[in-house]
Every structure is written in C-alpha cells, then in structure tokens.
Design a protein around this ligand. Structure first.
Ligand SMILES: [Zn+2]
Length: 496
C-alpha cells in the first residue's frame, strides 16, 4: 500500500474514482471556508456542498455524515465535522470510527481531504495509525483463517497541508508498530511459546539489520541471574532467556544506547500461587511489555530515527512443576541483591529485575521498561491509561505530555523512599512484594528501582494493554498500547 500526499490546491486532478472511499474531515471553527471542497471534482462537489450545508444547518459535532455513492456504484463519500481542540486520544478514536464505518474490504483507493491547519495535521498522524490498525489482519486459526478477507486497499491519496503527508506516513508506521504488539499478544500460548517467540525475534533482527544476542537460561544461570532463573526453572524446557537487540543507525545522536526493556511472559499461570476463578484467561498477553520494546525498535527503524537503541527482552513463562519456585525461597539477582519470594504470581518483577541488571551493564543513557505488571495499576486507574514511574523528577511532565500528544495516555505515580518500608525482609535485602494490601504498583516500581543503579529510568506498567473493545485507534482486546507513547517520548526527550 502506498501513501501519496498533495497540496490541497492541486486537488482538482483526483485519480480515477472506482472503488474509492472519499473522506473529508474539517473542524468546526473553519468549516465555512469550505476550502477542502475544492479538492473534489465538479459533480461530487455540488452534491458534497449540499450535504455540507445540511450538516452546517444542524452541526452535530463528532457525527459522521455519509453522502452515499456520488460517482460510480462502488465509490463512497463521507464528511465529518469535528469539534476543535479534540485530544489526540479522541482523534485516534474518531479516525477508527470513520474507517470502521466506511472503509470496505473492496475499496482499492482511499482519498482523504483535509483543510491545511494544525488540527488537521494532528488528525493526519492519528488517521495514519488508525488506517494501519483497520487494514491489519489479526491472527485467526482454522476455518476462520480460510474465511478471513484481506483489504484490497492499494492507494491512499491525501490532500491537505504541507506537513500532513509526512505525519500520516509516520502515523502509519506507528500504527504498524501497534499491530505487532496486538498480533503477538493475540497469538495463542501453544503457538507463541518462548522458543517460537525467540525464532520470530531472530527473524525480525535478520530482516531489519539489528544486532542479535541471546542470553540463554544456561548463560544467565552462570551470570548469577537468580531472579530470572527462579521463574524460568518452572519449565525445565522453557527455552527462555534474555534477548539483546541493537539498532545502531548511521549518524545516531547518542553513543551509548537508550535501553528499552520488556517483560515477556508467554504465559502466566501464577505458579504455585495459581490464578483461579477464571483469572488465568488472557494470560497469553503477559508478554506485551517485551512486544512494546521490540516493536518500538522496529518502528524507530521504519521512521529512521537517528537514535541508538537497545532492547532487552526477558522471555519465559510461569509454570507449575516440581522445579517451580515457591514462596519463602531466597534468590539473588545479578547485581547481588537478595530477594525473599512472597508470591509466585509476582513473577514479572522477578524476570524484570535481572533483565534491568543486564540492560544496565551496557551503560545506557536511559532505561525505559514496559510490563503488564500489576493488578493494582489497573485498579488504580482502569484500562484506558498506562501507569508511569521515574527516578528523575523532571521526567514526570515529559511522561504526561507524551501521553497527551500521542493519544496513549500515561499518568505518573510517586516513588518516594518510604514506600520501601513494607518491602523490608528479615532475611534478605528485599521482599519480592508485600504480604498485605496496599498500592502494589508502587511497591513493584520501588522493587524494580533496586536494579537500575543510577541510570535515568522510566517504568511503564501497561494497565492499558488489555481493554475490552480496544482503545484509541485499535479495536482488539490486546490494544498494543505503548508504541505511540514511546516514539513520542524518544522524539521529544532526545530531540530527533
Ligand atoms: Zn503473575
């Protein structure tokens, strides 16, 4: 599929209009300029104008106005008038709504017409991501696989302001990044186990030219990664380990890499603290933190961001067996910190502890980790926001603003020293988690902080990774949340 952009002034020569969908989006404040209508050929314009006038008589901001087939039987045309000052989150949702309502699998062309102002530019970015999500085929198995229809869309033409084309293309790359996370999260656990995931990661590295290194569980045991091993040993044939990927573009701004770290539990039974009452369902998605780290690196490469990045993906599963770890065990992580195990279902922080240690040994200028880590994060904010922590006070505002700008919203929580009190252990350096109630997402972040040294660090608890009906530009249970936020964070924090 190709995206081509043209200035609005050149919109008189639209391409052939068979099997096309025209989408005209304009914002309340300026709709009277009707500049965007000049993009349409004479016959469509007359009918579109009538329709637009009708919309203006009773402007229902946010409503979709379809103007049926205007040229040939198989072309459709829709006008939307949006209220101004919509957030990126709303624009992503709106773009999804338009595409879900009107883009059919047999449309081969899509023509998006925008006024050339700031809001439309932001919409172009959001529309790009929503389009990538809409035409993407999620995994299905069996008969459903045979019946799945692919979108025939080939050409996308954008008529709008100077920046709109580039922004829409970037939005499309980010949307593809979201798709990678959704896809991997949706694969059943008997397909995407640690070995299969590893093979896919290796293939991606070969294709995109990333350096690839695998620290197997055997290597990690020798390296003293007792925290990772405690979880991984539950399946003696897990094939688990930590994948270390490097994206090192020519002309990168940074010498030492930015490390993206991810939790990759291909399945989480809870271990001996087994998940009951139906809570084990959807635990195939417990690897999405690693998918966000991996996919952000892929997206950065697609967008040619001049930043050296490393990804450290801690991949395994949490199973029951005579070898599986239990409460009361004391294990020692790579940096020498000993951990008294409290609850085997708090395995994510165990895996991340050593993955962060390993990442930190590469002397990154910053570490950002992603994990579907705590139920407490979900209880504190729901599933439409991510939860952020940092050991650098000044990064709080950056975390929030990137959430606003990207449409993947993140809210930050505190990380003060006194939250360590409930983690004190009589026999080890720290408890794995607390024994009683309390804000476990904060305790988990305090726990992780013990493995990041002095490196500037951001921890994202992916409370929005799973949301019934999707979120923002996506409509799948596993939302792919994180890639848009992270790209925005990298671009604004490191000015690329
Ligand atoms: Zn768990």
């Amino acid at each position: 599929m190709s995206i081509r952009a043209f200035p609005l002034a050149k919109a008189k020569t639209l391409p052939s209009q068979r099997s096309s969908l025209f989408i005209l989006v304009t914002f309340e404040a300026r709709v009277k300029s009707q500049q965007a209508l000049s993009a349409l050929s004479d016959d469509i314009r007359a009918r579109a104008k009538t329709s637009l006038d009708r919309c203006l008589e009773s402007p229902k901001a946010g409503a979709l106005h379809q103007v049926g087939a205007l040229t040939t039987k198989d072309s459709d045309f829709t006008i939307s008038i949006l209220p101004k000052d919509l957030s990126a989150f709303s624009l992503l949702g709106f773009a999804k709504k338009i595409l879900k309502s009107f883009l059919l699998d047999n449309h081969t062309q899509l023509i998006l017409i925008l006024d050339g102002f700031k809001e439309e530019d932001l919409f172009a970015d959001c529309f790009g991501s929503a389009l990538a999500a809409r035409i993407f085929q999620m995994p299905v198995v069996g008969k459903k696989q045979v019946d799945a229809k692919a979108f025939k869309l080939k050409d996308v033409y954008l008529y709008g302001g100077k920046k709109a084309g580039q922004l829409m293309t970037e939005g499309f790359h980010k949307g593809n990044g979201t798709n990678v996370v959704r896809y991997l999260g949706t694969l059943p656990p008997n397909v995407l186990d640690a070995k299969d995931y590893g093979a896919r990661i290796k293939k991606i590295c070969q294709k995109l030219g990333f350096d690839f290194k695998f620290h197997s569980n055997k290597d990690l045991k020798k390296m003293g990664a007792g925290s990772f091993i405690a979880v991984d040993q539950g399946d003696p044939e897990s094939g688990g380990g930590i994948y270390e990927l490097t994206y090192s573009p020519r002309g990168a701004k940074n010498k030492n890499a930015i490390a993206l770290v991810g939790k990759g539990l291909c399945f989480d039974t809870g271990g001996y603290d087994i998940k009951t009452g139906g809570f084990m369902r959807t635990m195939k998605g417990d690897m999405q933190g690693s998918a966000v780290a991996l996919s952000t690196m892929m997206t950065a490469a697609a967008m040619k961001l001049p930043l050296k990045l490393k990804a450290f993906l801690g991949i395994t599963a949490n199973h029951i067996s005579p070898k599986a770890y239990t409460a009361d065990e004391v294990v020692v992580a790579m940096n020498g910190v000993s951990i008294e195990v409290v609850n085997t279902d708090a395995e994510g922080r165990m895996v991340l502890a050593d993955t962060l240690c390993l990442a930190n040994e590469s002397k990154p200028i910053m570490m950002v980790d992603f994990a579907t880590l705590t139920g407490s994060a979900v209880r504190s904010i729901g599933t439409a926001y991510g939860v952020g922590f940092t050991n650098e006070e000044k990064l709080h505002s950056r975390i929030l603003s990137c959430g606003r700008e990207s449409g993947e919203r993140v809210w930050t929580f505190p990380l003060d020293d006194d939250f360590d009190k409930p983690l004190e252990s009589p026999i080890a350096d720290t408890l794995q988690c607390t024994k009683g109630p309390g804000p476990d997402h904060i305790y988990a972040a305090r726990f992780l902080k013990k493995f990041v040294g002095q490196t500037p660090w951001v921890h994202i608890d992916l409370s929005a990774a799973e949301n019934e009906g999707g979120l923002a530009h996506t409509d799948s249970l596993f939302t792919g949340f994180g890639v848009r936020w992270t790209v925005e964070f990298l671009r604004t924090q490191f000015k690329v």
